[in-house]
Design a protein around this ligand. Sequence first.
Ligand SMILES: *[C@@H]1O[C@H](CO)[C@@H](O)[C@H](O)[C@H]1NC(C)=O
Ligand SMILES: *[C@@H]1O[C@H](CO)[C@@H](O)[C@H](O)[C@H]1NC(C)=O
Ligand SMILES: *[C@@H]1O[C@H](CO)[C@@H](O)[C@H](O)[C@H]1NC(C)=O
Ligand SMILES: *[C@@H]1O[C@H](CO)[C@@H](O)[C@H](O)[C@H]1NC(C)=O
Length: 310
Amino acid sequence: MQKTLLVAGLALLLSTIGYIQNQQSVDEVSMVYEGFKQKFQKTYTSAEEAYRRSVFEQNYAKILAHNADPTQTYQTGVNQFTDLTQDEFVASYLTYTPPEGWQPSDEEVVQEGAEPNDSVDWRSQVRIKNQGSCGSCWAFSAVGAVEAFYKIKKGQDHNLSEQQLVDCDTTKSKGCDGGYPDIAIKYIASHGSQTESAYPYKGVQQSCKSSTGSVKVSGVSNIAKSGLQAAIKDYPISVCVDATNWSSYKSGVFSNCSKNINHAVLAVGYDASGNWIIKNSWATSWGEKGFMTLQAGDTCGVTQMAVKAI
Ligand SMILES: *[C@@H]1O[C@H](CO)[C@@H](O)[C@H](O)[C@H]1NC(C)=O
Ligand SMILES: *[C@@H]1O[C@H](CO)[C@@H](O)[C@H](O)[C@H]1NC(C)=O
Ligand SMILES: *[C@@H]1O[C@H](CO)[C@@H](O)[C@H](O)[C@H]1NC(C)=O
Ligand SMILES: *[C@@H]1O[C@H](CO)[C@@H](O)[C@H](O)[C@H]1NC(C)=O
């Protein structure tokens, strides 16, 4: 009898501890969720709230599990995308589609002229911007390439307009539904770019307000797969990548990807191991203050479609 009581008492005690621990983690998730909504100014309709919270909770659980795995080379974290499903993230943000008939090449190429322990880092020379929920990565990649060309080659600091490209460069590109960095750089070569303050970013496609601008480049030049590292020595390069698994990236060396190119960014350096330093257009809240480290080689297809402003 006494033994039964003891067992029952013990069971009650254990379940109480379990309850308290559960309550603590529920409260912790609530706190993180409320902090997330505040930080990213998320407002949901009451019909949407429960759904967004459940998506957030699932993503948050994946983030914690990923970060607890000591074999991972990169860490994940909460950012503006944590309330989106994978499908929603891909549909709104990864709008780049390669030209028709284009296929990634599988051969791994050796970077020409790469010296051991060589490294280049242009992070302090570039701006992290935010494309918002408009598929305009192509415009940010192109403007990033032109701004960096001016800053590093000519010593001129220009904050240029992505919105002008979204609105006006419409021969092949489709505003917020994707476009081409190389064609956008050509647009700036023939028409000139407005400044960001004169033609500010709206994150939606509008009618073209001005198809000329005072900042011009001579043109655009393709970079061979084996020449990316050498090219970055001069100044940052527009590259296209497979960003399917990038949504919760926080820090570290990333290589969890294939080569289904769907996003455009700017390669702004490489470290002593040849890992690429990438500038994204998802604000400073994403990744390493807006940047990312991609494993050396053709990770995420980074060497496949590289171009520079000249
Ligand atoms: C170059 O890098 C290798 C390995 O990455 C390291 O062992 C070596 O000490 C480095 N050499 C110099 C001069 O930094
Ligand atoms: C670029 O210029 C715009 C408009 O003047 C300004 O709001 C924005 O902060 C600038 N962006 C950066 C990253 O410097
Ligand atoms: C790769 O990314 C996916 C999507 O974010 C994630 O579910 C998976 O755990 C990651 N795999 C590795 C090995 O990091
Ligand atoms: C995303 O991550 C998963 C899990 O590691 C991987 O199998 C898949 O190839 C990745 N997908 C893409 C398109 O990068």
